[in-house]
Design a protein. Sequence first.
Length: 298
Amino acid sequence: TVYSAVCAELASRGFVVAALEHRWDRAPRCPLPSRRPPERPPQPPSSRRRRDHSASATYFCAGEAGEALREEWIPYGQVPPGQKEFYFRNKQLHQRADECARALRLFEDVSRGQAVPNVLPDGFDLSVLQDSVDVSRAAVMGHSFGAVTAVLATVKEPRFGCAVALDAWMFPLEHARYPDVSKPVLFLNNDKFQTPESTARIRRLSSRNSDTKVVTILGSVHQSQSDITFLTGSVLNRILTTRGTLDPYKVLDITCQAALAFLQRHLDLNEDFDRWDQLLEGIGDSVVADAPSGRSKL
């Protein structure tokens, strides 16, 4: 819901894009009034424990079988008092990475022609994708918490050929997992978010694989790779710091072009995305190689 600009650009280049909302919900969404209630029983309130509580907001469908279901909302989860944040976030991280692997398995089912129910109200028939999705060329991509999720997902699901990590928040990934990260990763950082501790973790990972690249977009902030940067005016931008000094459309161009060049290189694509290969070396307008050296103000 907040990365439509990046997702639409990748989809326009021929990728099938799955934009995950981390809900961990096998039950259907609550039906609209004009739709029949689902045949499966509603999800019990105990399902709240299945959510990782990392989403800004999510809900499950509550109610008895045969009755109209109602949405029961689950707020964003704060770190419980007395619990260390690392253990709380690390558990969320592993659940998110598992969900990325599940998404790839779902596309395998779709590609094989297996019936996959679509609970969204627009009624799009997923069977039209049968035999048209090349699941052997899969990558995983994310921003912030989603970026470190993408890194871990390559460990949990080896069929992901590479990962693109946009301004990764490295804190939740345990050090014991670092030797397991064998797939190439593109760390595409912003100028005003990374801390020295986070950049040290990124450099540690990049030193293990010569195909892993670290690039920083100058004049950008942490929200520069989300839709939010396009929606705020000058006043809100000053208050929320959702834009850097670099034009947001320029940030989007660099983000997508670098990602496409990296995906072509490691998914063996027969495209012309290699024309942006120089971005992967930190060569070009508003980019530099390596992680930012400044201390985060966040």
